[in-house]
Design a protein around this ligand. Structure first.
Ligand SMILES: Cc1cc2nc3c(=O)[nH]c(=O)nc-3n(C[C@H](O)[C@H](O)[C@H](O)COP(=O)(O)O)c2cc1C
Length: 121
């Protein structure tokens, strides 16, 4: 099963952020696709099956939008009380690598992934 399978022929944006560089063992794979059985999920889960790690589908979580309150600048953390702060951020802090995947929507990432990116900025 290669990366040129029909399911993967559509554009996918994949950004890999490695916090440690080598010996990555605990990788969190983030999918910004809201679609069930999505191409993004397929690609991320395929990679996860090789490396191990955890899969997070953002549309399964309650994630508020960034309000630009700048509290994060003062406290070095976001204070919005939602599943991004209570579930996803702790997973990311505990991880050694993060992989972001998204469907391409109007030559950009999906709204779900953009909301996620704004919250971890
Ligand atoms: C609102 C919307 C905007 C899209 N914009 C683009 C685009 O700009 N370029 C592109 O190649 N595909 C675009 N597509 C197609 C999706 O990127 C494509 O179907 C992708 O494989 C979906 O990924 P997913 O199955 O992981 O959700 C768009 C689809 C939707 C629903």
């Amino acid at each position: 099963m290669g990366l040129c399978d029909d399911k993967l022929n559509r554009s996918l944006m994949l950004l890999i952020i490695s916090k440690t560089g080598d010996n990555i063992v605990n990788i969190v794979y983030i999918s910004g696709s809201p679609r069930k059985h999505s191409n993004t999920d397929y690609l991320l889960k395929l990679t996860l099956s090789i490396t191990g790690g955890q899969f997070v589908k953002l549309s399964d979580y309650q994630i508020e939008l960034c309000k630009a309150c700048w509290t994060c600048q003062k406290l070095s953390r976001c204070t919005i009380d939602d599943e991004m702060n209570n579930i996803i951020i702790p997973m990311l802090l505990d991880s050694e690598g993060i992989v972001l995947g998204s469907s391409v929507y109007f030559n950009c990432v999906s709204a779900q992934l953009k909301a996620f990116m704004d919250r971890i900025a």
